[in-house]
Design a protein around this ligand. Structure first.
Ligand code: T4K
Length: 371
């Protein structure tokens, strides 16, 4: 039985990557802001239309060090959502800051902007929303609230690479937007990440944090970590960026096929492209509204598993329900997120997923429906 996973990395032509590898072999410059790191950085700066950019070893370190670069005092409250990958919440806690969980809206699963202001206290330092599944948050309202209360905005844009809102690249919103280039992402550099930001002084802090605070051969100006991207990852990024548009077109075909197959089924909520957004078709989440669909998310999941189809429950459990945070947070305080996390399944979705497999997956889903 052929196994189908939730995603499968897009690969460049081996020869294309091999050409760069030969150069790396010959140059013997493997990391520490080498030739391909710098090429990748400048390619991305153009592609993302970013004001400034720093590359990282992964998306998590882009987020964690971005938070650190603001120098918030310990215990500062960061308003965020629990409907996300572990990274978002862990980045806050690992900085000795306090996550304050805002619920999500049931339409696109991003932070419910109507509930943010009630959570603001004198200890609030920032809002850290997530463009979950590539669904873009209400950036205008978040900007308004942040300005009114003088808060920073750090976007977890791990899922939103290449997207635009009203024609403007998503990298340009908030004080900083952090992307992930993990192998499972729409665009990848094996492992990797980037932070895009406007303020050059903030950028200097960020650079120190990713490279031990070293500012010159004999000068260490900051207490930094090590979160640099190596040349092999940068080379993969350089190659993959050239094929980004092809990949998105291929993803759109898979997306359209799913929509065609699953539209109009009672109790099944699909994730459509948002108004004013140029999408990247990052994930294909489906919400099984138990009452109307007649089968639970877990029943559908089990049925797909039997056929060797490994969908995933992104994002279940909520981060505020993680074992490691037991007793610290209460998932009941974010009821919409709690409900959605019990009903969501992200279906296999990648550019070369055969359309017949999409049909097979949808057939299984339809056959589980009981009402
Ligand atoms: N913020 C958000 C909102 C995020 O979603 C993430 C990461 C981050 C921040 C942090 O960014 P990074 O530090 O990771 O750059 C995966 C990814 O590892 C993770 O990057 C991603 N989010 C998350 C949503 O998904 P897992 O634990 O589900 O990965 P795993 O190993 O189970 O892989 C999923 C499937 O992908 C596998 O079943 C098969 C396939 N796969 C995976 C790998 C690694 C491949 O076919 N090839 C591969 O090389 O987290």
């Amino acid at each position: 039985m052929e196994e189908i996973f939730v995603t499968r990395p897009a690969m460049p032509d081996l020869e294309e990557y091999g050409e760069i590898l030969k150069d790396i072999w010959q140059r013997r410059w493997l990391t520490n802001m080498g030739k391909y790191h710098n090429i990748f950085q400048s390619d991305l700066l153009n592609f993302l239309d970013a004001e400034n950019i720093e590359l990282f070893v992964n998306g998590h370190m882009a987020i964690e060090l971005s938070l650190q670069a603001f120098n918030f005092s310990p215990g500062t409250e960061i308003i965020t959502t629990p409907f996300t990958f572990a990274s978002t919440t862990h980045a806050i806690v690992r900085n000795n800051l306090k996550p304050v969980f805002c619920d999500i809206n049931p339409e696109d699963f991003t932070i419910d902007v109507a509930k943010i202001e009630n959570l603001i206290t004198e200890k609030t330092g920032a809002i850290m929303p997530v463009h979950v599944y590539g669904n873009i948050c209400n950036v205008e309202e978040i900007d308004r609230i942040a300005k009114k209360y003088n808060l920073k905005v750090i976007y977890d844009a791990a899922h939103a690479f290449g997207e635009k809102y009203k024609g403007e690249n998503i990298s340009r919103f908030g004080d900083v937007s952090c992307f992930s280039f993990h192998s499972t992402k729409v665009f990848h550099s094996i492992e990797g990440g980037a932070a895009c930001f406007a303020d050059k002084r903030f950028g200097r802090n960020l650079y120190y944090l990713k490279n031990f605070g070293i500012s010159g051969p004999e000068t260490v100006d900051g207490i930094g970590a090590n979160a640099k991207m190596n040349e092999f990852c940068a080379a993969m990024g350089v190659c993959n960026l050239k094929h980004f548009d092809e990949n998105i077109s291929a993803r759109k075909k898979v997306f359209d096929r799913y929509i065609e197959n699953l539209s109009g089924i009672a109790g099944l909520k699909l994730n459509f492209v948002q108004k004013d957004v140029t999408p990247n078709y990052a994930y294909f989440p489906v919400i099984f509204g138990e009452k109307f669909f007649g089968a639970t998310r877990d029943e559908v999941f089990a049925e797909l598993e039997k056929a060797g189809i490994h969908a995933r429950k992104y994002f279940y459990p909520l981060t505020n329900a993680f074992e490691c945070y037991k007793g610290k947070f209460n998932p009941e305080e974010t009821p919409v997120a709690l409900r959605i996390s019990g009903q969501v399944l992200t279906l296999p979705f990648y550019p070369d997923l055969p359309l017949e497999v999409v049909d097979k997956i949808c057939k299984i889903i339809r056959s589980v429906k009981k009402s």
